[in-house]
Design a protein around this ligand. Structure first.
Ligand SMILES: NC(=O)c1ccc[n+]([C@@H]2O[C@H](COP(=O)([O-])OP(=O)(O)OC[C@H]3O[C@@H](n4cnc5c(N)ncnc54)[C@H](O)[C@@H]3O)[C@@H](O)[C@H]2O)c1
Length: 408
């Protein structure tokens, strides 16, 4: 794929575009007015920016305001395709700010039909190095957003919430983007939405806490809110600290690939366009107070994912180093998706085509990822992998199958 950030093509071109939401209407009533105005928090990150690009490219009148703090993980270049297109840019606004700051959040929530909260510190390894930022955004930030929605719900009930064309707005709907990691490690079977939460990393605990706050606002204040739990997501524009882009970009540079432990941790991979599409589907059709799993239907061992991306790149398995595992590393995540399927949602992207397109995207967009692998990248990388790589071992014994250049 030949897309460059800011160019005319979008990442969706790499795979079948998701079906328009209208073609997938589920049984639930539409919770939003036509051509809604959405506040998308964390919309300069990986999944949030895909959500924004996907909706605005459709040109159905939806307007989007992104609120993003632009942490190390947020990048305005992820929104360049929107800002470069005048028709999309006319329905788009970017605000730099913190979801934990009510002076920024309150006026923005006052003017929207829904809040979709992607904002989070999202990397488990960083949550082990320093959990505090995870709690500030994942708990205090979510609380500030919920309080703003509660106030707007009160105004709507009092008939004092102005909308466009002198009409009154309904109360805003709140969607909390959460993760399969709140279930903890699942040795067998599949997690259902009402299973016990058992988070095992500071990241997962902060996400579980955010969810519990949302539920409390539904029960206590009658807030209109839904929660999604997405599985491991991959695709274009993902920060190079995460497994798939880290290994692609290291391999492109001929650097070692630090594979944790025996590489047999199992994840269910979900393409980012499917994750973003499913979130939008739940936003429109999910029942208030409900939680929806978003599985990927592509459960793979990490070592097999690595073998597949190396094969696509034509790079040898000998680049892989077996390094000390992440503490408390969850062995397996797997979710049941029947509740979301009951709303009428189907994923569109197979893992094989999605991974191939992702590898090709990173190969074609070197400038994008090189600009991220600068600044404090080296100190983070050294802290996370320096000692591990120094004591790392060849990983020949855990290769899952023949490597492309090694006949094994
Ligand atoms: N990546 C995955 O595999 C995955 C899977 C399931 C769920 N999720 C969830 O999806 C959401 C998005 O994940 P992602 O991978 O796109 O993350 P990301 O790290 O790429 O993006 C997070 C974005 O949030 C912004 N942000 C962080 N703190 C903020 C704050 N206090 N105020 C405003 N903006 C802030 C960052 O600048 C960044 O743009 C997260 O809530 C994450 O927990 C991710």
């Amino acid at each position: 794929m030949s897309e460059r950030p800011g160019g005319a093509a979008t990442d969706q071109a790499a795979v079948d575009p998701p079906a328009p939401v209208d073609a997938l209407r589920g049984p639930g009533a539409d919770a939003l007015p036509p051509a809604p105005h959405l506040l998308v928090t964390g919309g300069a990150g990986f999944i949030g920016s895909c959500f924004v690009r996907q909706i605005l490219a459709r040109g159905d009148g939806t307007r989007i305001t992104v609120l993003d703090k632009l942490t190390y993980a947020g990048d305005r270049a992820n929104l360049a395709p929107v800002e470069a297109d005048p028709t999309q840019a006319a329905r788009f606004r970017f605000v730099r700010g913190d979801i934990a700051d009510p002076t920024v959040v309150d006026p923005l929530v006052g003017d929207v039909d829904a809040v979709v909260n992607f904002a989070a510190e999202s990397h488990v390894d960083r949550s082990i190095l320093g959990p505090e930022a995870f709690l500030r955004t994942g708990v205090i930030g979510v609380h500030v957003l919920l309080e703003a929605c509660r106030r707007e719900a009160e105004r709507a009930a009092a008939g004092t919430r102005p909308g466009p064309r002198r009409r009154l707005r309904r109360a805003p709907r709140f969607l909390q983007v959460s993760t399969d990691e709140v279930y903890g490690s699942v040795p067998v079977g599949h997690s259902h939405e009402d299973d016990r939460l058992d988070p095992r990393s500071p990241y997962a605990a902060a996400k579980a806490a955010g969810e519990l706050l949302v539920r409390s606002y539904v029960v206590t204040y009658g807030l209109d809110a839904v929660i999604t739990r997405g599985s491991n997501t991959y695709g274009p524009y993902q920060h190079p600290e995460k497994l798939i882009p880290l290994f692609i970009t290291n391999a492109l540079d001929g650097q070692p690939l630090p594979l944790y432990g025996d590489g047999l941790q199992r994840r269910d991979w979900l393409h980012v366009t499917d994750h973003a599409g499913a979130i939008e589907h739940v936003l429109h059709h999910g029942a208030s107070g409900e939680t929806y799993n978003i599985p990927g239907a592509a459960e793979r061992a990490n070592r097999d994912v690595v073998a597949a991306l190396l094969a696509r790149l034509g790079k040898p398995w000998s680049l892989v180093r077996r390094v000390e595992d992440r503490p408390g590393h969850d062995r397996r995540y797997a979710m049941d998706g029947s509740k979301l399927a009951g709303l009428g949602w189907r994923n569109r992207v197979s893992f094989e085509e999605g991974l191939a397109a992702t590898v090709d995207w990173f190969r074609a967009n070197e400038q994008w990822w090189r600009s991220i692998r600068t600044g404090d990248w080296d100190s983070y990388y050294e802290r996370q992998y320096g000692a591990r790589l120094a004591h790392g071992l060849p990983a020949a014994d855990i290769a899952s199958g023949p490597g492309p250049n090694e006949g094994r």
